[in-house]
Design a protein around this ligand. Structure first.
Ligand code: ADE
Length: 240
């Protein structure tokens, strides 16, 4: 069984969407990962197929009903007749921030169940009772969890076995080392008067490696002081 995602959404037509193209699309055709979708609305019980209701206590927006989402989640858990050990993720701006360590853990497992909300949110009781891990992809508000699920899938799929050519290509990824990656250059050496750094043409591997490390550190320090502080702490260096 390849790495398998089950997506619960009111807009299942959004999947695989962009993941049908490029690296993920080829890997999907090669059965290195697979996907199925569940239409949350199929679990509504009234004749209007209602999935949401007004928030208790008042306020704007609508909240997805716990009974509807619980029925949708239970249908996934019961589908194979075997215990489903995949983590269940609920995408929400209230969640823990997605990072490369979380992506790596997901890719190392059997797959994920991904719950995409719309409206103001999902009744907290179903998040608690079904042990949903709340994940945010950043400090901004999306119209729903679908784009967050697509983003997470994109990050996971490139780590699956056989999806990317060279293993080294993710060992040096930004965040695997704790630093942003160094900048990249290709031919021509002189592009409209903008010269590529000489060291990259020197053929001197140790110097190139030192230069890349220096650039990675300088750029991380300038652009992402939060990552820089963490990096220093990990190296056991005092922070400056
Ligand atoms: N749903 C709405 N905004 C979101 C975000 N930033 N991350 C994950 N899911 C979301």
């Amino acid at each position: 069984m390849p790495w398998h995602a089950t997506i619960l959404s009111l807009f299942p037509g959004m999947f695989p969407g962009p993941l049908e193209h490029s690296l993920a699309g080829r890997a999907l055709k090669e059965n290195r990962w697979s996907l199925d979708t569940v239409q949350i609305r199929d679990f509504a019980t009234d004749k209007h197929r209602t999935v949401d209701d007004t928030p208790l206590g008042g306020g704007a927006g609508m909240v997805i009903k716990p009974d509807v989402m619980a029925a949708a989640l239970d249908s996934v858990a019961d589908a194979t007749g075997q215990p489903d050990v995949r983590p269940r993720i609920y995408f929400s701006p209230r969640g823990r921030l997605l990072d490369q360590a979380f992506v790596r853990d997901l890719a190392a497992g059997p797959g994920a169940v991904m719950v995409c909300g719309r409206y103001e949110g999902l009744d907290q009781r179903v998040i608690d009772s079904h042990k949903l891990v709340e994940v945010s992809i950043g400090d901004y508000i999306l119209a729903g969890g679908e784009m967050a699920a697509l983003t997470t899938l994109d990050a996971v799929i490139r780590l699956l076995d056989g999806v990317m050519g060279k293993v080294e290509s993710h060992e040096n990824d930004s965040f695997e080392t704790g630093l942003l990656e160094h900048p990249h250059y290709t031919q021509p050496r002189d592009w409209n008067g903008h010269l590529a750094p000489d060291v990259l043409l020197s053929g001197h591997h140790a110097q190139i490696s030192d230069w890349r490390q220096m650039m990675a550190e300088a750029d991380t320090k300038e652009r992402r002081p939060d990552l820089w502080q963490k990096y220093l702490q990990k190296q056991g260096k005092s922070t400056d």
